[in-house]
Design a protein around this ligand. Sequence first.
Ligand SMILES: [Zn+2]
Ligand SMILES: [Zn+2]
Length: 199
Amino acid sequence: MRAIITNEDVGTTIDFRSAGIYQAQHPWPKATVVSAGRGLVFVRNAKPGEPKSYGTLFIEVYPPGAAFIRGEGVSAEECENAAWAKYQLALHCTDGSGTHDWEPRDYHNGAGFCSRCKTFGSKVFTGEQLGQFCKTCQIGTTYHWDTDANGNLEYLCEEHVPPRPERTLSELLSELFDDDADASPAAPAHSLDTTTKEA
Ligand SMILES: [Zn+2]
Ligand SMILES: [Zn+2]
């Protein structure tokens, strides 16, 4: 396995950060990229009375043959077992053909979920496939979308998204050399990762 940030070979060691070091129990392929820790999950479309967020241990893996797999649980082992079960589903879903049955659900950025094994993949749809065309030049795009005054979605390609205001060099430098900046590499060990997931 490789750590997601450093890309360094970590063998079977998974660093759950504030929750400690854990040895993987399942035979993940060597090329698997992994990230783990404790995170806060925002629940989209939470039903009334249900919490809109919760904290959990998680593991995220990018094994060969599957795009992105996340497992959650109360222990590191539970996280790994959940991810491994999804991985096995994904492997058997494709029948070795490498083809999932992608559906975009409500994503506009080209990502999708497999209807059979629920694997998540980024960049599995083009703008054309999604029927999203730049309102300026009409090319298919997954780059930018917004809601117009009538509540309809409109799309812009990378070239036609209005540029954000440029920061001046002095603003940039003051950000880089902010007095607080030298404290930032040692972020608190209990800092939360922020991810979202389907309700
Ligand atoms: Zn699938
Ligand atoms: Zn355009």
